[in-house]
Design a protein around this ligand. Structure first.
Ligand code: FE
Length: 343
């Protein structure tokens, strides 16, 4: 994407995020990564009269893996203090799940993660409609006491919802202390620590992240009192088990966030070479009507499990009920308050 159009989409983003004259907005990058993002955001923010800063950290040492919650700010409390003083932080580094991000949000700084390729950011711009519908979905989810998910492949799992808050993601953020991720478009919460029971069958065509692969053979998870007690299937089940074992951390078998996707601009089929240049999977997480469950940490929601072993698994064709009220049926959102027309 050329510099001018990248600046234009960042301008749209900053307007949707309520950036205005006199606000202090910092862009965080590391090494040589996403310098162009910082330039585009700074040019856009200046046009809105904001005070723009770029904090660039040194390149990280090679670690050979995706360790959630570990980042270059961990040893730099002065840098964290500076970011706490901003109105908004644009995180082009990926602070998610880190204590540093939580501290920055707690200080009232709103945080937007932007790490996906510019082409994907452009395709999935935030919109007022998405924001409003996701906010309503968040209200509905936050009132529910139980979520049941079923599928034709044999999924039948129930999450008791008496503990954790609901989180909305609609790709922009204009409230103090609120975090969002561009692109996105979904809602989630977490089940009670001992309150998830049943079977989840990840079916052919469902997606494993961070592996970024489509499953070809079903993976059957058995979940008892909030913990995965069995994983069975073919090749992809073996990949999941091997990946999880590599963390050597039993807490990876806990249940993480669960919810559904709402973005009409996100397409299930696009996670293929050529259309998915270096993406980390926000499009497959967001496609309309997917039901996504996750395994591992729940500290993002305020829980105690901060394991680095985390999988997100968007599934097609599921049905999702909140206290027996149908929200998603066979992969389509049926609740009239939150459904969005196809364009
Ligand atoms: Fe996740």
């Amino acid at each position: 994407m050329d510099h001018t159009s990248f600046t234009e989409i960042c301008l749209h983003q900053l307007k949707m995020s309520g950036v205005h004259e006199g606000e202090k907005v910092a862009v965080l990058t590391q090494g040589n990564e996403r310098i162009d993002y910082a330039d585009a955001f700074m040019a856009a923010g200046q046009r809105l009269g904001a005070k723009m800063y770029h904090m660039r950290l040194p390149a990280p040492l090679p670690t050979g893996g995706w360790a959630v919650g570990v980042n270059g700010l961990a040893d730099m409390p002065e840098a964290v203090e500076a970011l706490k003083k901003c109105d908004m932080l644009i995180d082009c580094l990926f602070l998610l799940f880190s204590p540093e991000q939580m501290a920055i949000q707690k200080a009232g700084t709103r945080v937007l993660t932007a790490v996906e390729p510019p082409e994907l950011l452009a395709r999935m711009l935030p919109s007022q409609e998405l924001k409003e519908k996701v906010e309503v979905a968040g209200e509905i989810l936050s009132k529910a006491k139980a979520m049941r998910i079923t599928s034709p492949h044999g999924t039948d799992v129930t999450y008791q919802l008496n503990t954790y808050p609901t989180v909305t993601e609609y790709a922009c953020t204009d409230e103090p202390g609120r975090w969002d991720h561009w692109p996105s478009g979904f809602v989630f919460t977490g089940g009670d620590d001992d309150g998830v029971n049943g079977t989840i069958v990840v079916a052919p065509g469902d997606i494993l992240l961070p592996q970024s692969i489509y499953v070809r053979e079903p993976i059957t998870y058995t979940i008892e009192q909030g913990w995965i007690t069995d994983i069975r299937g073919g090749l992809e089940a073996e990949i999941v088990k091997s990946y999880m074992a590599s963390f050597n951390d039993e807490r990876g078998f806990g249940m993480s966030h669960v919810g559904w996707g709402m973005n009409r601009n996100a397409e299930w089929h696009r996670m293929v070479p050529g259309e998915f240049p270096g993406g980390m999977g926000m499009e497959p997480r967001s496609f309309y009507g997917n039901v996504m469950f996750s395994t591992g940490p729940n500290n993002e929601l305020g829980g105690k499990n901060d394991t680095a072993c985390h999988l997100d698994i968007p599934m097609r064709n599921c049905s999702l009920f909140l206290d027996d009220t149908p929200i998603v049926i066979d992969g389509d959102i049926v609740d009239k308050e939150i459904s969005i027309e196809r364009r």
